[in-house]
Design a protein around this ligand. Structure first.
Ligand code: MG
Ligand code: ZN
Length: 376
């Protein structure tokens, strides 16, 4: 109720005010980047394993439309990693989070294993609020690459400890057991509470029932390990995305960085299961719709939607119709095809063209107006 009331006030407030005029920043090398509109907030949405066919299948099965269609800027990135043309999600997300090509499996470290600062950590240093939302565990490769620094994505208990090193303001995802049933005996769930976090989980209450205190940090665990499939009743991605924007928008006046992952599009590809891919794709697109609505009202938010890589060598074959996808797969792993990037809002013009996956990090830093000199 509190939240609903607040949201009403927020809408009134927004509609009564002129849209904020964008601050522009001059970059030292005008050839590389002309004047860029500065974004107060950046929301990076990663559809893990979401190639063009995943998008196409979701679109056809969703009545030939997706929220993705309303993005004015579309580009392509090259997803390969440092040591393999076929990237994994750890190297793929580290390219976005820290702007380096690293080895498959590596989280937030460069090819030599050295820690590299993530955009989330840099945002934090600049007083910008931060959030991570995923439909996998929150210690899984994609979200982990924004906060942890480990050479192997499999060290999930190790990755969880980084949530006590860098305080992320808003966290929603699975993986409760990596926090409170650990081999080392630490209870990170309690440690987060001691740090002043509001911490809750699916076992105690539904996310929608929580009366959120915007002044405290927020962590909610959606499952003990991996959250279930969207088609089996997982329904938190859309409300968590909405809550994340409302929370972060109120948590600090200096803007926010939020990463939202649709993690299981990839898992559908690994399973060579077209229906799994499609339901996860449509769920992710609904979250995109929610985020776009916020960004349109707000006027100072850059929204980027992309994927780390394609999964499955997924194809839509002869005999298909809008309602019936006859799917093919060339692999149960990832592929190296170029990946689409969609952008909306201030700074979105940076994202057209074809570029390396690592350029997304650079473009986000530019949109935030961070100094071109990156201190590692
Ligand atoms: Mg992932
Ligand atoms: Zn994968």
């Amino acid at each position: 109720m509190k939240l609903v009331l607040f949201f009403l006030c927020l809408c009134l407030f927004v509609s009564c005010n002129e849209p904020a005029s964008h601050v522009t920043t001059q970059t030292p090398n005008p050839e590389l980047a002309p004047t860029v509109k500065r974004a107060k907030n950046i929301i990076l949405m990663i559809g893990d394993g979401m190639g063009l066919t995943q998008i196409s299948a979701g679109l056809y099965r969703n009545g030939n439309q997706l929220n993705l269609e309303s993005f004015p800027v579309v580009g392509l990135h090259k997803p390969y990693s440092y040591n393999n043309l076929i990237t994994d999600s750890a190297a793929g997300a580290t390219a976005f989070s820290a702007g380096v090509k690293t080895n498959n499996g590596a989280i937030g470290v460069d090819k030599k294993g050295k820690s590299v600062k993530s955009i989330l950590e840099e945002a934090k240093e600049n007083g910008i609020s931060t959030g991570l939302i995923s439909t996998s565990t929150i210690v899984h490769a994609t979200p982990a690459s924004f906060i942890a620094h480990v050479s192997s994505r499999n060290n999930m208990e190790d990755i969880a400890t980084y949530f006590l090193k860098t305080e992320v303001d808003f966290i929603v995802g699975g993986g409760k057991k990596y926090f409170d049933r650990r081999k080392d005996g630490r209870n990170l769930y309690r440690e987060l509470e001691k740090r002043g976090y509001f911490v809750s989980d699916y076992f105690k209450e539904d996310l929608s029932q929580i009366v959120v205190d915007f002044d405290r940090k927020f962590a909610y665990f959606t499952a003990n390990s991996d959250p279930k499939m969207a088609s089996k009743g997982r329904d938190y991605l859309v409300p968590a995305s909405k809550l994340g924007t409302v929370f972060l928008n109120n948590h600090s006046e200096k803007g926010f960085f939020l990463m939202i992952e649709g993690a299981q599009i990839d898992w559908g590809g690994h399973a060579k299961n077209s229906e799994y891919i499609i339901s996860e794709m449509i769920d992710f697109d609904r979250a995109i719709g929610e985020i776009l609505e916020f960004a349109k009202e707000d006027g100072e938010t850059l929204v980027i939607v992309t994927a780390d890589h394609e999964t499955g060598g997924y194809s839509i074959n002869q005999g298909s119709s809008m309602d019936t996808i006859v799917a093919g797969f060339t692999t149960d792993y990832h592929t190296a095809s170029l990946i689409p990037v969609f952008a909306y809002g201030p700074g979105s013009e940076l994202f057209s063209g074809i570029y390396e996956n690592t350029a997304i990090h650079k473009k986000m830093r530019q949109a935030f107006g961070f100094s071109p000199e990156l201190s590692r």
